[in-house]
Design a protein. Structure first.
Length: 136
């Protein structure tokens, strides 16, 4: 199964700053192992919110807001696409990624990693056809 892992940090734990170089080096080591084994398909980060835009649809209109988004309480710092055998395997990998923060950053670090299964359009349709499945 393919999994998208979204890594978010809370604003008060310096989400607007780059992670410590030791954190980045440790991520790099883990990334290299997981890429080599075929588990990590796409490790990607994001740029600061000053370079982002939000496109919203509300009240029949579309609006576009340019960053920075300083009002946000948390921000997505990175994502990755994993190829795992199970959700449990993806959760264990997510715990390894988060442990890197705890190993190198002080106790003020706060964040979360969401594990979301990806489906193609056929899988989406199957999910939508099953009334027992909560789409969102």
């Amino acid at each position: 199964m393919q999994i998208m892992a979204l890594i978010s940090t809370h604003r008060k734990s310096a989400a607007s700053q780059l992670p410590d170089l030791k954190v980045m080096a440790s991520w790099g080591e883990l990334d290299a192992k997981l890429v080599g084994s075929g588990v990590l398909l796409d490790p990607s980060g994001r740029l600061r919110s000053a370079l982002e835009a939000r496109i919203q649809a509300e009240g029949g209109k579309i609006t576009v807001d340019a960053g920075p988004f300083t009002e946000a309480k948390e921000t997505t710092g990175a994502y990755c696409i994993l190829q795992t055998q199970s959700k449990a395997e993806a959760v264990e990998l997510g715990k390894r990624f988060m442990q890197i923060h705890l190993d190198f950053e002080d106790a003020s670090f706060e964040g979360e990693l969401e594990v979301r299964e990806l489906v193609d359009s056929d899988g989406w349709i199957e999910t939508m056809d099953d009334p027992a499945q909560d789409f969102f």
